[in-house]
Design a protein around this ligand. Structure first.
Ligand SMILES: [Zn+2]
Length: 113
């Protein structure tokens, strides 16, 4: 479960960022997770709960914004969310692997008291 080490790194950034803003507590964290990021949001939530226990972020809320996969079709200019196991443009049926959204894995914001 690489979500655990990922969240460890994320929290290190979060605490550093909170300290920079003169706060020793963190009350919330917003993240953006794409469906192609290779990260399972539920596992991330679990890791967050487990890792924040007994830390300045204990009881903090994790908000995850899920970004669906979006491909761009260069043949007709359509941006679409492909069905599972397919990268075919629903308009012109041209396969497209030009992924424009869905790989996001980032911190949006940190809430401090
Ligand atoms: Zn198309």
């Amino acid at each position: 479960m690489h979500e655990l080490s990922l969240m460890e790194n994320t929290l290190a950034i979060v605490f550093e960022e909170a300290r920079r803003h003169g706060s020793d507590r963190v009350t919330g964290l917003r993240m953006r997770v794409g469906s192609m990021s290779g990260v399972v949001p539920e596992a991330l939530e679990f890791a967050f709960e487990a890792l924040t226990e007994g830390t300045p972020a204990a009881g903090a809320k994790l908000y995850i914004e899920r970004i669906p996969l979006a491909c761009y079709c260069s043949a007709c200019g359509n941006e679409f969310e492909p069905p599972p196991h397919s990268f075919e443009c629903p308009v012109c049926k041209t396969p497209s692997m030009d992924i424009r959204k869905g790989r996001e894995l980032e911190i949006i914001s940190i809430e401090v008291p």
